[in-house]
Unconditional design. Structure first.
Length: 239
């Protein structure tokens, strides 16, 4: 209970203790429940969010639609978004006819991609905790999603840190910290501090041993090059 209370206070409880059981089950969103496709289109944030609508697959293209148009098989009503990374086998209760597969009232966890489409985030491991390793400027930084075990380890480590006063450190060229992204917001771990990005009020956690940075680096190996891993490890050792 103490751990859960601490996580709630720093805005990560929903993301790090998710209980989703499948990609079409309920999941935490910014508003505490699934949003509509229209709200998704209007949303500026890129963090994962649960969305409810018509799941529609036609000629190999998967979409999440705001409405179902009356026809048979049904058509996708606008607004709609194109999906990538959908595992149809994980979605229960679909119907197929005339080469079209659909499900009304489907709930999927979606994350915006750089090309404007939406990746379907696996909800079976709880709500996603996305990690971005800050190394570059002008090109995409390495990014990956934590497993349930890794997310739980991160939660426990964060719960052991204390809040401090001061200003969040700022990195320049080269390594400039790890950003964790959840449906509830962002944290940046850098130079022995963990700083909130969008909490109100903002806060800073003291991490003089750089526990969070080292923990996140340990999760990076399958997702970064050897050179990126070594450059980050060297930066942590020097700091």
């Amino acid at each position: 209970m103490r751990l859960l209370a601490t996580l709630a206070a720093i805005g990560l409880l929903a993301a790090l203790t998710g209980c989703g059981s499948g990609s079409d089950g309920p999941a935490t969103s910014d508003a505490g429940g699934p949003i509509t496709v229209g709200q998704l289109v209007a949303r500026s944030a890129d963090t994962p969010v649960a969305v409810q609508g018509l799941l529609h697959l036609d000629r190999g293209v998967a979409r999440m639609c705001a409405a179902i148009l009356e026809s048979y098989p049904p058509q996708c009503g606008e607004p709609s978004v194109e999906l990538v990374g959908l595992d149809l086998a994980a979605v229960e209760g679909t119907t197929t006819a005339g080469g079209v597969t659909w499900k009304e009232g489907a709930v999927l966890n979606l994350e915006r991609t750089v090309d404007g489409r939406f990746t379907v985030v696996d909800a079976s491991a709880g709500f996603a905790v996305r990690v971005v390793l800050g190394l570059y400027s002008g090109v995409p930084d390495p990014a990956w999603t934590l497993t349930t075990e890794q997310a739980n380890e991160l939660a426990a480590a964060l719960a052991g840190l204390s809040r401090v006063e001061g200003t969040a450190p700022f990195g320049g060229l080269g390594y400039h910290g790890f950003t964790t992204v959840t449906a509830d917001g962002k944290l940046v771990a850098y130079a022995g501090k963990v700083s909130s990005v969008d909490a109100d009020p903002p806060y800073i956690l003291n991490d003089p041993e750089r526990t969070i940075e080292r923990l996140l680096l340990a999760t990076a190996q399958p997702h970064v090059t050897a050179a990126e891993f070594r450059a980050t490890a060297d930066a942590l050792d020097q700091g």
